[in-house]
Design a binder for this molecule. Structure first.
Ligand code: PMP
Length: 394
């Protein structure tokens, strides 16, 4: 895309000089402005937030709170509540633990989900909640006719990924939101794999909860986000920082996101996440999407041409992100990942990708090799991966 100069972008990520990093779906690298923000906090104004009046706490509080506004704006969520969490997993657990469930309530999720968007719902069986897991259609997108079939008056929530962390398929969340709301059902969207790779607007989607990981979108590790349209859940964590007042017998909780952030948070992480949002916004998520699409297409086409290589969900280039799962005949996925590291300094993930039900659904007993593209990868790196796989096959 015009103005997208990857060689300039790469100067902000010195770590890229050492390796070809294609494990962005697991976690991304952080650019220098994010790293600088963490160092600045540690060197110059490290203090707790929302406590006391001294000047360090004022700077720290103000920057941490401001980061929430930046992140909210980045996902078009200014009208809702943007809570900082440790990661996507914590955010989903907060929703699962924060809704008041009744025995017999049902939740619908899909076979595409990361374990984090399955296990917290399943754990609610202790409260009599039932989870329905729907399959996919032939393009590995959630089967919407099955969704319509399984939802019933007891269905309270649908929880679905925006993009699969194994197949890269982008799901039709707007359509799913429509189905949910026609039936009075709340929708949680797991945006962990979408937010780093495409423009996202939670208000346009019309979901009730939107969760994602800061550490996959150039932010520091230990950061994630729970966005909600309304404060429709109870806080899962109680303690300091989330209360307005406490008496001998009770308390009044804070309003807004503070209600959901008990205890001292990851302050520098939150501030760094705000800087990561600024960084991506400046480059433009439309440009990131367009750029990554060209790399993704090249990767899929290149891998497909190699004898013995199977690429999963290869046929929906316009409807996918740059997460590409494949296998090489005669090799365990871990062997391929090891070879790529040892022979070419290429980092990819191998195994089940925290998606074992999907692996079972696809009949993949040993999992897959997964190359996942980030906004700083280059065509040269994609070609290096393809060439190295070719060498391994030979
Ligand atoms: N959902 C999806 C779609 C993911 O890709 C991931 C991370 N692989 C998660 C949830 C969990 O994210 P985290 O480890 O940051 O909690």
């Amino acid at each position: 895309p015009a103005g997208y100069d990857v060689s300039v972008i790469r100067k902000d990520f010195p770590i890229l000089g050492d390796v070809t990093y294609l494990d962005n779906a697991a976690t991304s690298f952080s650019p220098e402005p994010v790293v600088d923000a963490i160092i600045d906090f540690e060197h110059n104004y490290r203090a707790n937030i929302g406590r006391g009046v001294h000047r360090l706490t004022q700077i720290s509080s103000q920057r941490y709170w401001h980061a929430h506004e930046k992140v909210a704006k980045f996902i078009g969520g200014e009208n809702g509540i943007t809570v900082f969490t440790k990661n996507t997993t914590e955010a989903i657990n907060m929703v699962a633990g924060g809704i008041s469930w009744n025995p017999g309530d049902r939740i619908v999720t899909t076979v595409l989900e990361h374990h984090s968007n399955l296990l917290p719902w399943r754990a609610l069986s202790k409260q009599g909640v039932i989870v329905d897991v729907i399959g996919t259609d032939s393009s590995y997108s959630p089967d919407l006719s099955e969704l319509k079939r399984v939802i019933c008056p007891s269905t309270k929530l649908v929880a679905v990924t925006y993009a699969s962390n194994v197949l890269g398929v982008v799901t039709p969340v707007c359509e799913i939101a429509k189905i949910c709301h026609e039936n009075g059902i709340k929708l949680l969207v797991d945006g962990a794999q979408a937010v780093p790779h495409m423009p996202v607007n939670v208000s346009d989607i019309g979901c009730d909860f939107f969760v994602f990981s800061g550490h996959k979108m150039l932010g520091p590790t230990g950061t994630g986000v729970l966005w909600m349209k309304e404060p429709s859940i109870e806080p899962l964590f109680l303690g300091g920082g989330m209360v307005e007042s406490v008496t001998k017998d009770g308390f009044t909780a804070e309003s807004g996101y503070k209600r959901f952030e008990a205890g001292t948070p990851n302050i520098s992480g939150g501030i760094g996440l705000g800087i990561a949002a600024d960084y991506l916004e400046k480059i433009g998520m439309g440009a990131v999407r367009e750029y990554e699409e060209t790399l993704t297409n090249r990767l899929i086409e290149g891998l497909k041409k190699i004898p013995g290589v199977t690429v999963y969900a290869p046929d929906c280039p316009e409807n996918r992100i740059g997460v590409v799962s494949f296998n090489v005949e005669g090799f365990h996925p871990h062997e391929i990942a090891q070879e790529l590291d040892e022979n070419a300094d290429i980092m990819v993930r191998s195994g089940f990708h925290c998606c074992q039900p999907l692996m079972e659904y696809l009949g993949l007993n040993e999992g897959t090799v997964r190359a996942s593209i980030g906004m700083y990868n280059t065509m040269h790196e994609i070609d290096l991966l393809i060439a190295t796989i070719e060498e391994i096959v030979q």
